[in-house]
Structure formats: structure tokens, C-alpha cells
Design a protein around this ligand. Structure first.
Ligand SMILES: [Zn+2]
Ligand SMILES: [Zn+2]
Length: 263
């Protein structure tokens, strides 16, 4: 079973290609279960996401395509939601989707909010103690897991994107967050977007995935595609890594219920 649960659409204003072209490419790559999880609307960082009005169109379009291609591929409807209070919308948390990916893309920095994965704000990494930045990031992930409002943790160690690494052992920094993820029954995606970024590793890293395996946390697969070429990116390598660690099953969600498949 080939699965790819994290894919965007042009509605977020920083992705290209049509929904139908994404699906055609997924079919070509023999992906069996393909999920759209575009950036959910929120009243912050509005330029890089759909509006609440557009979200209705998004849901309708995906559901139409799900029907149209039902005999070729299973299409799932989802959102990637920013874990950023107080901007999380109840409409999205209560929307009739298959799953919600919870992601941390922003950290609070003094009186401002820092989009730490945006190259424009890369300077902030040098203005603070790097170990503190990493701990703040994983504390946010831990809080997110404890809130238990999402199904999948998006790109768990995104804070490494520009290769600013902590002096402290990453596994120690991440441990409490991982334990909270286990307790909330959230799933970790192995997201290959990191292989297209300066860090050149999957999110999360092999080390963190080994720890997740020991903690009995479920995984799934995602390419975080923002264009046609990203779909299925480095999937074969990722499967080999996951199997080597010991994983045999990957998770999907339908109507917010988990289903496990052998991969
Ligand atoms: Zn995006
Ligand atoms: Zn993301």
C-alpha cells in the first residue's frame, strides 16, 4: 500500500498545479491513498493560505475529485492546521474531513510571532541560544499533542530546516513531546520535504524515528507536495529507512478514524 497524506493546492498561494493534475501524477506513481491537506484558513499569515470562504470550495472540489477517481485511487480530504493560539478556527476543527495535520510553523518571540521556517526571518536563529529555540519548538509540539485536537504531527522536527542544530542531544529535547504524542495517539508523518531543504533529511530524522518506534508511535508517509514534481518525492528511500527501523504499518485516517495498512 502506497500512501501520501500531505499535499497542498494552489489555494494556499505558494503551491502550483491543479488538483486534478496532482491526482493524475499520484495515479501514475501507483499511490493507492492520496490525501490533500492544504493550509487551513486562519486570521494570521493570511497571504499563504486559503480564506474561510475558499475552504468551502476546497472541500467541494476535493470531494468531487474523490468521486471522479474512486476506481483508480482513494482520495482523502484534510487540512494542515497551524498550532497557533488564538488563531485556530473552530470551523476547521469541526469540519467534516478525514484528518487534521497539526503543525508548528511559528514560535512566539518576545512580543512577535516568528515564522521560523521562512528564509526571510532566518536571522532570528542567531539572535538567541539555539538550544533554547529547539526546546521552545518541542515544547510547542508537546502542548499541541496534549491538546489532542489533531490526528497527525506535521514535519515533527521542522526547526532543523536551515541546519541550525542544538548542542544538546536532540532526542533528549524531543522526548517529552514524543511521549505526549504517544499518549494522544497521534501519528508521525515521515515527510520528505526536508530532503529538499538545507538540512537534507526527512522530517523527522532517523534518530527520532527510532525513538518513536521504541515508544510504539504509528507513522505515515507524506511528500508535502507544493508542486507536481514533489509528489512521491524520495518515497522508495523513505520506505527502506522505515522498514530498517522496524516499522511495518502505516496509518491513514477516514472520517477521523485511524486505519493501519502494511506498506
Ligand atoms: Zn505550504
Ligand atoms: Zn507544514
Amino acid at each position: 500500500m502506497r500512501v501520501d497524506l500531505h499535499n497542498h493546492t494552489s489555494l494556499c498561494n505558494h503551491a502550483s498545479g491543479s488538483i486534478e493534475d496532482y491526482i493524475k501524477k499520484a495515479i501514475e506513481l501507483k499511490i493507492n491513498i492520496y490525501g490533500f491537506s492544504d493550509h487551513a484558513p486562519m486570521n494570521f499569515d493570511k497571504k499563504y493560505r486559503m480564506s474561510i470562504l475558499q475552504s468551502k470550495i476546497y472541500e467541494k472540489n476535493i470531494l468531487e475529485m474523490k468521486k471522479k477517481y474512486a476506481n483508480k485511487i482513494k482520495i482523502l480530504l484534510a487540512y494542515e492546521v497551524d498550532y497557533l493560539h488564538p488563531y485556530i478556527l473552530d470551523e476547521i476543527l469541526q469540519s467534516k474531513v478525514d484528518y487534521l495535520i497539526g503543525s508548528v510553523h511559528f514560535l512566539r518571540n518576545k512580543n512577535s510571532i516568528w515564522g521560523f521556517d521562512n528564509p526571510k526571518f532566518i536571522g532570528v536563529y542567531k539572535s538567541k541560544n539555539i538550544d533554547d529555540i529547539w526546546q521552545e519548538y518541542f515544547d510547542a509540539i508537546e502542548h499541541m499533542a496534549k491538546n489532542n485536537i489533531f490526528d497527525i504531527v506535521g514535519h515533527l522536527d521542522l526547526i532543523k530546516v536551515f541546519n541550525f542544530l542544538p548542542k544538546k542531544d536532540i532526542k533528549l529535547i524531543a522526548l517529552k513531546a514524543l511521549k505526549a504524542i504517544k499518549k494522544s495517539n497521534m501519528v508521525l508523518e515521515i515527510n520528505t520535504a526536508g530532503l529538499r531543504k538545507p538540512i537534507n533529511e526527512t522530517y523527522p530524522s532517523k534518530d527520532i524515528l527510532e525513538l518513536a518506534f521504541d515508544l510504539n508511535i504509528n507513522i505515515t508517509f507524506s511528500s508535502d507536495a507544493h508542486c507536481i514534481e514533489d509528489i512521491g518525492y524520495k518515497y522508495e528511500d523513505t520506505i527502506i529507512m522505515a522498514k530498517k527501523i522496524g516499522f511495518t504499518k502505516c496509518a491513514i485516517f477516514e472520517n477521523r478514524d485511524i486505519v493501519l495498512y502494511e506498506f
